[in-house]
Design a protein around this ligand. Structure first.
Ligand code: MRU
Length: 339
């Protein structure tokens, strides 16, 4: 797949994921407010790539404000960082990324011009690092896959959710590069249909065999022996659980009941191991995402409100292992390594 996001001539260029799978279209922004909006309305989505988009958004703000006197520059930059931070509450990567570029801003506040160049450079480095991290997740995770495996995934934790290569789909890509035959089953992922629209799109684009199922089918397919492994991505890993797209918890329960390994692919930028589930805000999105298919056909009676949590919580007891860029860890080993 082509990169989901790029920094080109002081602009942020991204694939407009709301147009997929029908049109491969790009958006280009030179205003951090537009990048923030694109994250909020999900033109770009997926924890790792919204982290990179957030860093690039801060970089655009430094360019806009770099000619201001130091005090004013810092006030404006704080406003910009807050706008970017308030776009989506659950994915750790967004906050991790803003904090990372903010370190540069707080270290060199006396020279906004020079600082702006450093922040732009850092955002570009973060984009490249994301690809390298995902390749390592792939290398590590591929050791868990054997020739002929059918892997279920939920939502989109692929190339589109990252700069390139993906997290949950990285082991699949790496195993295929090693010559193994692997097939993916993608949950459609109501209500935004990231599995049906995005996972199916990017796998087909790269000639990787994929079937789409309705979200309610995975339990049956597991019980029929048609799924060997589950790999999902994550938006945040706390010291007791994994947060990922709504529906992940039910997949994990079904996997446990059918003795199927349930793996979580997580770059270390997603780890928030000093938190527990109580510390995390689960994003609630508009009722209309559930009541109207892709904002169009209404499927419920007028006047009924929907409940629309975007993510759910999978307790560590249901997680077989977590795959990071550094290796494969049981939840206990993960805490020992990173906490
Ligand atoms: O609401 P989204 O589409 O941003 O949710 C994305 C997911 O839940 C992904 O599984 C997660 O961000 C991991 S992506 C590598």
């Amino acid at each position: 797949m082509i990169p989901s996001i790029e920094w080109t001539s002081n602009k942020v260029k991204m694939i407009d994921q709301t147009q997929l799978p029908h049109k491969l279209q790009f958006l280009e922004f030179d205003d951090f407010r537009d990048v923030a909006k694109a994250i909020k309305v999900m033109n770009i989505r997926g924890a790792p790539v919204i982290g990179v988009a957030a860093a690039m958004g801060v970089a655009l703000a430094t360019i806009e404000y770099k000619n201001l006197p130091k005090e004013k520059f810092l006030t404006k930059m704080e406003e910009a960082a807050n706008i970017i931070r308030s776009t989506r509450p659950t994915a750790s990567n967004l906050f991790w990324a803003v904090d990372r570029v903010w370190k540069i801003i707080s270290t060199y506040p006396d020279d906004p011009k020079n600082l702006s160049e450093l922040v732009v450079e850092e955002a570009k480095i973060m984009a490249q690092e994301d690809i390298n991290v995902n390749k390592n997740i792939g290398k590590n995770g591929a050791t868990l896959l054997k020739d002929g495996d059918v892997v279920l995934t939920h939502c989109n934790a692929g190339s589109l959710a990252t700069v390139q290569y993906g997290t949950a789909l990285a082991p699949v890509r790496a195993a295929i590069e090693e010559g193994k035959k692997i097939r993916v089953i993608a949950d459609e992922t109501r209500p935004r249909l990231q599995g049906a629209r995005l996972t199916a799109y990017e796998l087909q684009y790269d000639n990787i065999p994929v079937n789409v199922i309705s979200d309610t089918s995975s339990g049956l397919l597991m019980s029929l022996g048609k799924i060997n492994k589950v790999i999902v991505g994550t938006d945040r890993v706390t010291s007791d659980a994994v947060f990922n797209k709504i529906g992940t918890y039910l997949v994990a329960l079904a996997a446990k009941d059918n003795n199927i390994p349930f793996y979580v692919a997580a770059p270390s930028s997603t780890l928030s191991l000093n938190e527990t589930v109580k510390d995390v805000t689960i994003e609630q999105r508009d009722s209309s995402e559930v009541s109207n298919i892709l904002g169009k056909v209404q499927i419920i009676p007028n006047g009924v409100e929907c409940i629309n949590y975007a993510f759910d919580i999978t307790p560590f007891r249901l997680v077989s292992a977590i795959i990071t860029e550094d290796g494969i860890f049981s939840p206990k080993e993960l805490l020992a390594k990173y906490k």
